[in-house]
Structure formats: C-alpha cells, structure tokens
Design a protein around this ligand. Sequence first.
Ligand code: ADP
Length: 298
Amino acid sequence: MLINQSMNTATLNITASASVLAPSADLSSLTVVKVGGAEGIDLDAFCADAANVILAGTPLVIVHGGSHQTNVLSDALGHPPRFITSPSGHTSRRTDRRTLEIFQMACRGVLNQQIVERLQRHGVNAVGLSGMDGRTWEGQRKSAVRAVVNGRTVVIRDDFTGTVESVNTGLLRTLLNSELTPVLSPPAISAAPDHEPINVDADRAAAMTAVALGSDHLLLLSNVPGLLRAFPDESSLIPLVSRAELASAAAIAQGRMKKKILGAEEALAGGVARITIADARVSTPVSLALAGRGTVID
Ligand code: ADP
C-alpha cells in the first residue's frame, strides 16, 4: 500500500514537472514551407534561413519531395527513372515497387536527413518523418493508372501512386508543442486494409497539411522566382494573383507548376489566407517569401 502511494506521488510529480518543462508553443504564426529538391537550390542557405525564422519565433513545418534525388539514385542503382503520360497529357513517375523503394531512399534517406542535419547545426531541434509516420498523410493508392504508350492507352496495375486525402495532425502537433520542428516528406500511407507506401505530390500534400494545421501561410519554394507569365523569362514574374485570377494563373502554368497552382487553390479553399510561390535559390529564401517576395496568392 505504502509502495503504491509513493509510486502515485512520483507519477504525479513527473507529469507536473513535464508540463512545466514543455509548455505549449505559440503556434499562431505557424507556417508550412515546401522546398523543392531541384538542382540550383542551396540547402545550406535554405536551412540557415529557416533556422533563423524558427528561432525568431515563427514555428515551421518543412515539407519536401525528392524528385531530382530519385532520378540520380535510380540511375546509380541501375533502375533508370521512367515517366508515363496520362491520356489527358499529365506526366508522372512510373512507380513500381523497386522505384518506390528508391523514392523512399531518396526522400526519407537522403534529402530528409540532409535537412535535419543542417537544421540541427543551426540550433533547431528537427525531427525527420515520412507521411507514413504517425499515419500523418493518409491516402488512396490508385488501383489502375492509364498511360499512353506508342499512341495506345494501357492500364498499369502495379503502380504505387496516389493522393493524400487526410492529414492526421496529432504527431505534428505533439512535436510542435515540444518545440521540435517536423521535416516531412512522401511517401504517404494508403488506407486499410493495405497500408502501403504511396508516392504522392509533395506540393499538394503541403497544401493539405497547411489546411489541417490551420496555418495562415503556405510557402512553396522552387527553382523559379514564382509564377512566370512567359516561362522561362524570369523578368515576367507575376507578383500578385487574387482568388478570382486563379483560373487564368492555372492556364499560364505549365508542367510541374500546375501542381503548385492546384495546391494553392486547395489551400485557399481550405482556409489558408495566403500562399507564396517563391525562389529557393536566394540566400534567405524563407524570410524573403514571408516578406512577400515571389508570387503572392490570396
Ligand atoms: P520543385 O521540385 O522545386 O517543387 P517543380 O519542378 O515541381 O519544382 O516545379 C517548378 C517548375 O515549373 C519550374 O522549374 C519550371 O520548369 C516549371 N514551370 C512551368 N511553367 C511555369 C511558369 N509559368 N512559371 C514558373 N515555372 C514554371
């Protein structure tokens, strides 16, 4: 009996002191930042600036993809990247099981840990996660993917691609409340009964994450200054896009920029006040984007 009482007291003390040591962080300025992995992006500069922003009081959730690293690793491992084009003209990575493994190596193994290492070096306690961890990103694996091959439409059934349908914020909030910075990358996890990793678009996943966390601002940083009216002419930057102009912005965007505009549209519809598409190649990319450099969509 005595032993039980003293154990209860000890448990109570631990709980009380833990809550004193880890008060809830102020998440009112929480910002989701998606950084591209393309060539030309200086991860050192990105992480140094992100650390300054975090240490100055703006909590960040950092999201990244790994397309470029996946291409490099795929070639190195003798399983060259392949891309398929849907009947509507959309191009995506052919993700068979081996490609999925390489994609995981590139995203979670290489790029994620490079970002965590740099943030740690700059005094930010970062935690690397994939969307599978804590079932943070849940989605549906496509049961069949249609592709045009030599002019004919074929159906592919062993592709591991899909879309994030829900974001479970529990793990992210636990980390943020403990003043830890989540660094989150694909894959997502598919729903029951399969629970498989799925290759998802990181821009749209970042948009859904911003919505789910109630974040006011989403930054999409890439290897262009923002949305360009006449890509690749960088002097044709469109500084401001209103909600009403989003449809015409989507028409200007080509290729992968279309996903960013779609993500921006989904984020706005979900209550995010402002989305900034901006340059990740400058020396202080996060600060400049927060200050309104790039294409601001609101
Ligand atoms: P990241 O890997 O950084 O997320 P993406 O390659 O997914 O970047 O998307 C950015 C790319 O979108 C640019 O590098 C550019 O090639 C392409 N793009 C197409 N149309 C436009 C446009 N109108 N303005 C800017 N970029 C565009």
